[in-house]
Design a protein around this ligand. Structure first.
Ligand code: GLN
Length: 198
């Protein structure tokens, strides 16, 4: 199979790092800012950044409903940090103007925004990650944690007893930022999910 066309939502946040990581992981990535671009991709990455800003821009750029519809139709997606927040069914401690229940609803989970941030803004930790042989070096930056998951959600990693990586079908989310380390295993996992290998 040829390299899957994976879009990276490029409204705000660290889309460039994900584009580079996806190329290294064997995908054919594309920044997505417009509906026509979304229509050409097989899958979508929602990067880290500021979820309040990204949700606002999704509405401004008329992408909120199209992304939600693609997710409902089974489009694979990967959300990191702010991207994880956007993929939730429910957000706790949502920002001003950020609706408590975003309609993206990619994963049946409740996410607490800036959850680790209240204790310590940023930290790094080596975490066992289900399906990967060796621990992942996880970088957390004002990170959310997953407070509750539905029955179809698989927990892939925890930090300090909190859920920080999950998968539901073809949708993956991490509280941390694998795009800022040189380790491409999480992006490769996502590429394998997109191509149906995992
Ligand atoms: N705290 C940010 C938010 O609420 C997420 C931080 C990040 O993506 N590094 O969106």
């Amino acid at each position: 199979m040829s390299a899957p066309r994976i879009g990276v939502l490029a409204l705000q946040g660290d889309s460039r790092e994900h584009l580079a990581a996806l190329t290294e992981a064997g995908a054919d990535p594309l920044p997505v800012r417009r509906r026509e671009e979304l229509d050409t991709v097989d899958a979508l990455v929602l990067p880290g950044g500021e979820s309040t800003t990204i949700s606002h821009l999704l509405t401004e750029f008329d992408l909120l409903e199209p992304v939600r519809d693609r997710l409902a139709a089974g489009m694979p997606a990967y959300g990191a940090c702010a991207g994880m927040i956007l993929l939730a069914r429910e957000i706790l401690d949502a920002g001003t103007g950020q609706r408590r229940a975003l309609p993206l609803n990619g994963i049946d989970m409740t996410v607490r925004r800036n959850a680790f941030g209240r204790q310590v803004d940023s930290f790094e930790q080596d975490l066992p990650f289900d399906g990967l042989a060796d621990p992942v070096h996880a970088v957390f930056i004002r990170a959310p944690w997953v407070e509750q998951v539905g029955p179809d959600v698989q927990v892939l990693a925890r930090a300090a007893d909190r859920i920080v990586a999950v998968r539901q079908g073809a949708v993956l989310a991490t509280s941390f930022h694998p795009e800022v380390t040189g380790d491409r295993r999480v992006h490769r996992l996502f590429v394998d999910i997109v191509t149906g290998r995992r």
